[in-house]
Design a protein around this ligand. Structure first.
Ligand SMILES: Nc1ncnc2c1ncn2[C@@H]1O[C@H](COP(=O)(O)OP(=O)(O)O)[C@@H](O)[C@H]1O
Ligand SMILES: [Mg+2]
Length: 258
């Protein structure tokens, strides 16, 4: 099967600064890759580069079996790789939910009726049918995130690029999002600081640091320390913590991540 993405020594500059400095990675069909790194490390830049929104200064991008260089090469990539933006307000722009979700399919060339039908099916599949006639800008943050995801999924992508999808989600919407993503048979690149979310969804991890992308391990271990957690009073909701450490570095001290 064709590799979905293959980056070879890709270098990207933003505002004159080298944000990605010779980054190489592969994403195979069905793979779910966690992408971690501190704020400003270049995670969003890397996702944007995959779909041609940043133009590399050097290196090579192969996507869905073909090398992609110029803008028109990326049109097919954007149709097949669904990008969930960090801020849902950047994603939603139609007045109503149904129109927003139908926009992608319309753009792919479906007729109006078929696009609306596709949008309705997608919303129903995500149990969001009740939001179809709602005004987009009046949705809650969590609803906006799920509707944005519906808009991306309505295009029937082969791979999802998820940029901090759990940001600003309450526990209910986080659980809904986790369930939805967990039930999808799609390749994903998941940018997140939420270790437990990544643990549930990702099969492997890479860490972006100082422009370099390195393999990282995704694992779970116990902690002995105090910090505040809110639990259901009946104690049925246990919890544990996940950590991501670079595979080729010494393990981080236990409290580094909080
Ligand atoms: N629109 C932009 N114009 C210029 N530089 C940017 C822009 N967006 C981000 N950058 C810079 O690119 C670097 C990487 O940013 P970004 O990819 O957004 O990081 P992350 O998603 O890991 O937080 C940062 O130094 C940031 O300041
Ligand atoms: Mg970002």
């Amino acid at each position: 099967m064709t590799v979905f993405f293959e980056l070879d020594a890709v270098t990207v500059e933003r505002a004159g600064r080298r944000v990605l400095d010779g980054v190489s990675m592969r994403l195979e069909p069905g793979e779910r890759l966690a992408l971690v790194g501190s704020n400003g490390a270049g995670k969003t830049t890397l996702l944007r580069t995959l779909v041609g929104l940043e133009k590399p200064k050097g290196g090579r991008i192969v996507a869905f079996g073909a090398e992609r260089r110029v803008e028109k090469d990326f049109h097919e990539v954007r149709a097949r790789a669904g990008f969930l933006f960090q801020d849902p307000d950047d994603q939603l722009f139609s007045p109503t939910v149904i129109e927003d979700v139908a926009f992608g399919p319309l753009n792919l060339g479906l007729g109006r009726e078929a696009a609306i039908e596709r949008a309705e099916t997608t919303l129903a599949r995500l149990h969001l049918g009740h939001l179809a006639r709602r005004v987009t800008h009046r949705l809650s943050g969590g609803e906006k995130r799920l509707v944005s995801l519906a808009g991306v999924l309505a295009m029937r992508p082969d791979v999802l690029l998820l940029d901090e999808p759990t940001n600003a989600l309450d526990e209910t919407h986080l659980a809904r999002l986790t369930d939805i993503l967990g039930g999808l048979d799609l390749a994903m690149v998941i940018v997140s600081h939420d270790r437990s979310f990544l643990e549930k969804l990702a099969g492997r991890a890479m860490l972006l640091d100082q422009g370099q992308l390195v393999e990282a391990t995704l694992h779970r271990h116990a902690h002995v320390h105090d910090h505040l957690h809110i639990h259901a009073a009946d104690g049925t909701h246990g919890h544990d913590h996940g950590h991501v450490d670079a595979a080729n570095r010494p393990p981080s001290p236990p409290d580094e991540t909080r």
